[in-house]
Ligand binder design. Structure first.
Ligand code: SF4
Length: 349
């Protein structure tokens, strides 16, 4: 039965751990249909060209980062980045999700040059850049406040931000997984500041490593609390840890199973009663798990991802054509629609 009041911590944990999966998925799907009765599943045509893989933060789950003198370390020039985005735009990309490592050689002027070069090369593409940990790293680079960095980006025309780097929002997990990265409070504070300035952002969660179920629920509740205050999150995007060749892979070779992924999606739809959109991704899991997520509360299928490097470095490199993506959504019983980064529909199929 659809809950008539807000789910508390204990009830959320019951959903994640013990509720019969079919029943949980049915309730989550009903809630999704209540919010989005038209049975549309959205997706975005995007590209994710990471501007540098040099990173001093060295998260233990990351197979992407390099130190500056490694042979495959790179930093793109604005022209190189713009050329990559231009070729993705020619293949249909409407959004560029721009992220990179914490590189001591990159400053705000470089970020602004990247944005300018992309804009000049592709006038219509939406630039969706820089996760909270990059924003805080940049504030440190420039010896200024997060607010000032966000202002400067806003002046450059940026109004959405990806919610990467959240991993699992508990200090225990972060100390073990990414001890040099920002804290939970910092991640949430950047988001709060961004929302206050009018940015719309996503919120992510990477699970399936060392976290407990209680910590997944803590993550959801912290997002819900912030969303109550700001309303600035557009969507919740969970994905499971891919061990690849990351340092953590030697200790945590497991990957979350599809049933857990679907359970997380369905629990999120019930707990995150103030989030409009929940994403189930064909890309981060697999097509079948992605489809099942659509039947368990999700209403968004993620991006086509014309260019992506972070997960590819773990050896995980799925590809999909637009035709296939449309078919997969239709076969799950939904009507596909392309959206932008504000989750506005730009084309129906
Ligand atoms: S996840 Fe990001 S911050 Fe962490 S090491 Fe990789 S590139 Fe650096």
């Amino acid at each position: 039965m659809i809950p008539t009041k807000r789910i508390n911590r204990e009830e959320a944990l019951y959903l994640l751990q013990d509720a019969p999966l079919g029943e949980l998925a049915r309730v989550a799907h009903e809630l999704r249909l209540k919010r989005h009765p038209e049975r549309v599943v959205t997706f975005v045509c995007d590209t994710n060209p990471n501007y540098t893989n040099i990173c001093v933060t060295r998260c233990r789950f990351c197979a992407f980062c390099r130190v500056a003198d490694e042979s495959d370390a790179y930093t793109l020039t604005p022209e190189e980045l713009a050329a990559q985005v231009k070729s993705a735009a020619a293949c249909g990309a409407t959004t560029v999700l721009l992220q990179g490592g914490h590189n001591p050689q990159i400053f705000l002027a470089d970020w602004l040059a990247y944005i300018k070069a992309i804009r000049e090369a592709c006038t219509n593409i939406h630039v969706h850049p820089f996760s909270p940990s990059e924003i805080i790293y940049m504030a440190g680079q420039e010896q200024t406040s997060v607010k000032n960095i966000l202002f400067r980006l806003k002046d450059a025309g940026i109004n959405t931000m990806p919610g990467g780097g959240a991993e699992v929002l508990t200090e225990r997990v972060r100390k073990l997984l990414s001890p040099a990265k920002i804290t939970c409070d910092q991640w949430l504070a950047v988001m709060e500041e961004a929302h206050k300035l009018g940015y719309r952002t996503t919120a992510t969660m990477m699970f399936g490593h060392i976290e407990t179920d209680e910590e997944i629920i803590e993550h959801l509740l912290r997002l819900r609390e912030l969303q109550d205050r700001t309303g600035g999150f557009t969507s919740f995007i969970p994905w499971s840890f891919k061990s690849g060749s990351s340092p953590l892979s030697r200790e945590v070779p497991r990957t979350a199973n599809p049933a857990k992924y679907v359970r997380v999606i369905a629990t999120a739809r019930v707990v995150l009663d103030n989030f409009a959109h929940i994403q189930s991704s064909w890309f981060s899991e697999n097509v079948t798990a992605g489809q099942l997520g659509l039947l368990a509360g999700a209403d968004d299928f993620g991006g086509i991802l014309i260019e992506e490097n972070v997960l590819r470095k773990t050896g995980f490199a799925p590809k999909i054509s637009l035709e296939n993506l449309l078919l997969i959504i239709k076969n799950a019983g939904f009507k596909p629609a392309q959206r932008n980064s504000h989750y506005q529909i730009i084309k129906r199929y």
